[in-house]
Ligand binder design. Sequence first.
Ligand code: WQD
Length: 337
Amino acid sequence: MGHIAFVTGGTGYIGSHVLIILLEAGYDVICLHYSDIHVASQCFNRVEEITGKKIKRYKGNLVNEASVRMVFEENKIHTVFHLAALKAVSESVQKPLEYYNNNVTGTLNLLKIMNEYKVNHLVFSSSATVYGSVENCAQTGIIEEQPTNPINPYGQTKAMVEQILRDLHISKPDMNIAVLRYFNPVGAHPSGKIGEDPKGIPNNLVPFILQVATGLRQRLYIYGDDYETRDGTGMRDYVHVMDLARGHLLADRFLEERKGVYEIFNLGSGKGTTVFEIMRAIEDASGKKIPYEVAPRRSGDVGLYIADSSKAHRLLSWTPQLSLTDIDTLEDRDTVL
Ligand code: WQD
C-alpha cells in the first residue's frame, strides 16, 4: 500500500500530469473534482489509461466543506497536493471576488480539515506571479527571497495563501509544507492523450498559437512589443509540464525526509524566451506560418520573468529535463499540428 495522496485540481492541465507522476511512483491517488462529471471522467480515464492505475474519485469542491471532509473521513491521507485554483491573470482583474473565494477561502477550508484529521504534509501550487515586476531579473533570475509584490488579483491570492501557510507553520511547527512557484508551464505528456485543453479562448500563449496553427483561430495578438526584452515582446521562463509535475514528487520526498519545514521553491528553466521566439519555434516545428498582430499590453502583465531554480536543484535534486523543442510533440493530440 503506497502513500495516499489527495490531489486537488487533478483535472487541470498541471494537476492531470501530477496524477500521472504520482501514480507511476506508486502513490494511491484520490481526487476531488467539481467540474462537469464528463469532463472529469474523460481526464481521469485518460490518466488511468496512461498509467494502468486507478484514481479514487470524489465529487465536490473546496468551497463545499462537507465534500472535502468526506475525503478525509474515508481515507488516511498522507500528503495533500493542492493545485486547485482559478489562474487566469486577466480574468482575475475582472472577477477578483471569484478568485479570492475560490483560491483563498477554498484553501482555508482545506487547511482546517487537514488539521482536524492531523494531515501534516502539504505541497502547494503557487506561481511566479507573486513576484510582480522584478527589475533586471534577466541577468540573474528571480530568487525565492525576492519580496513578493503581486500586481493582479490572481497573484495576490497565491501570495495570501503563502502567507497563510507561513503563519500556520509557525502555529503548528510539525506541519511540513513545500510551496512550488511555477513559472510558465508548457507541453504535455508524451502519449498526447492529455495536454493543455483550455475551454473557450486560451489565455495562455502556447495553446493560443497552437490553435492558430491548426486554423481554429485567425491570428495571434501579441500583447505589447515595447517591453525591455530582446525583441520587445514579453519574455517568460517556460518549463515543461512533465518537469513541473516531477517537481511535486520530489517536493514530497523532501518533506518525507524532514520534520517541520516551510520551504518555497521556484520551478523554472532559468531561460527567458520571448513571444516572437515561441511563435517562431512553433512555426518551425509545424511548418505553418502564424499570422499575428501587435496589440496593446494586457492588464496585469509584466515584461519578463526568469527563475533562479538553484534551490530546487540543491534541495529537491530537481532540474528541467525537457526543453521548448519538446513542445510541439507534446501538446494534446487534439490540438497538435
Ligand atoms: C505569456 C506571454 C503575454 C497570450 C502565467 C501562467 C498562468 C498564471 C499566471 C499560473 C506574455 C503573451 C499571451 C496571447 C500574448 N499562473 N501573450 N498573446 O501571463 O506569464 O501567465 O502566470 O501559475 O497560468 O501561464 O502566461 O501564456 O498568458 O503569457 O502576447 O494571446 O505571452 O503578454 O508576455 P503569463 P501567458
